[in-house]
Design a binder for this molecule. Structure first.
Ligand SMILES: *Cc1c(COP(=O)(O)O)cnc(C)c1O
Length: 396
């Protein structure tokens, strides 16, 4: 039976159907190819495959059918030409840097990115002569002003963590291209179900599959999606040499995660929107940060750029650290952890955990005050989530 051209199908269908090549056993569900190497029919076939003259599996550091299924699905869903999976989200981000940067290059990065992403650029690429300037995510003029003749790419996350600010991907892609740079977008918070940065002009998308793609907090993994040229000439040779490969088991979990991603994201976002509206009505709560609310500074942009508003909500209590800690400690169901993108709702105090190593001045500059609480809204019944938080708010 001929495979349909999956590009013509919707993301929900691609997530379930694309990328799986049924073996001679006729299995319906996806198998796990737990093999490090592959055998060849002849010495000549081995030679043709090793030298790239004939496609096929060689060694699971860079070719594995289960990993390939995950890659094909995610590439289609992100509207990219090709995807490569990595051992973690950080491994994917490191791969983009290792593949694209050289000593003397310059990067412009949002100030509001994942903590280890800041360290990757500052400490590791910095060590090899790559300079990075950090700018305010929502200020396109600051991005443009930071670009130098040797700038190779701009790097951002939208929405940001923990203040859920939104960057205009199309505007920043235009700025990048006008100056001969690429735009790299970390699409972890939205997933391709809510936002497709490549369709908005970005050149490279990176993922931590650890979050919503798994969705149940089991495995660590990541991915890079871009055009054929960037992947084949730059990122793939780095994967082959760098070796931060995704395991077939984790790829199997993630490929299965993609199959339910669309309905999970809708349910996550519906719960989060409901919770944000409820939080806005609570007396103990000051500002609520959620792009679905009319009070959010980039509400219109979020409506235009995303198909839903995401599932991370943060809010400020009237009070400070004591009140925030009392609230967190009075909840009984929510998980006190900084992880996100799980079916389980999680609650965290950014000022003393994820952003606890920043100086008070740096935290203030980033807008992260001591009363800020962040919630990654899960899939429990929304009334149970509200009840748990109501108990917390009463104690605060
Ligand atoms: C978790 C995360 C990462 C890093 O991913 P790992 O899989 O933990 O290495 C990068 N970016 C964002 C936005 C994340 O939330």
């Amino acid at each position: 039976m001929n495979q349909p051209d999956w590009q013509d199908y919707a993301a929900e269908t691609q997530a379930i159907r694309a990328g799986q090549k049924r073996s001679h056993e006729g299995e319906h569900s996806m198998p796990i190819f737990a093999t490090s190497s592959y055998v060849f029919g002849s010495a000549e076939e081995a030679s043709l495959k090793f030298t790239g003259q004939q496609p096929g599996n060689i060694y699971s550091r860079f070719t594995n059918p289960t990993v390939a299924t995950f890659q094909e699905r995610l590439a289609l869903m992100e509207k990219g030409e090709r995807c490569l999976a990595f051992a973690s989200g950080m491994a994917a981000i490191m791969a983009v840097g290792m593949a694209l940067l050289k000593a003397g290059d310059h990067v412009v990065c949002s100030r509001s990115v994942f903590g280890n992403t800041v360290l990757a650029f500052q400490n590791y690429f910095g060590k090899f002569g790559v300079e990075t300037d950090f700018v305010k995510l929502t200020d396109p003029a600051a991005w443009e002003a930071a670009i130098k003749p040797n700038t190779r790419f701009l790097f951002l996350e939208t929405p940001s963590n923990p203040l859920i600010e939104i960057a205009d991907i199309r505007a920043l892609a235009d700025i990048a291209h006008r100056h001969g740079c690429l735009l790299v977008v970390d699409n972890v918070f939205c997933t391709p179900i809510l936002q497709q940065p490549l369709a908005l002009g970005a050149d490279i998308v990176v993922h931590s599959a650890t979050k919503y793609i798994d969705g149940q907090g089991r495995c660590v993994g990541g991915a890079v999606v871009a055009n054929e040229e960037i992947i084949e000439k730059q990122v793939y040779p780095y994967l082959r040499t760098g070796g931060a490969t995704l395991s077939p088991f984790n790829a199997w979990v993630f490929a299965g995660g993609l199959e339910t991603l669309a309905i999970r994201m809708k349910a996550h976002c519906d719960n989060a929107f409901e919770l944000a509206k409820w939080l806005e009505r609570q007396d103990a709560v000051g500002k609520v940060h959620y792009p679905g609310l009319a009070s959010h500074a980039q509400h219109e942009l979020a409506k235009r750029q995303q198909s839903h508003f995401g599932a991370v909500v943060s809010f400020e209590l009237k009070g400070g650290k004591e009140e925030a800690w009392r609230l967190i400690d009075a909840t009984r169901m929510l998980s006190v952890t900084a992880n996100l993108g799980d079916v389980k709702t999680t609650i965290t105090h950014p000022a003393t955990t994820t952003h606890g190593r920043l100086t008070p001045e740096a935290r203030a500059e980033a807008g992260i005050n001591d009363s800020l609480v962040r919630i990654s809204v899960g899939l429990e019944n929304i009334d149970d989530i509200k009840a748990d938080l109501a108990a917390g708010l009463a104690a605060a």
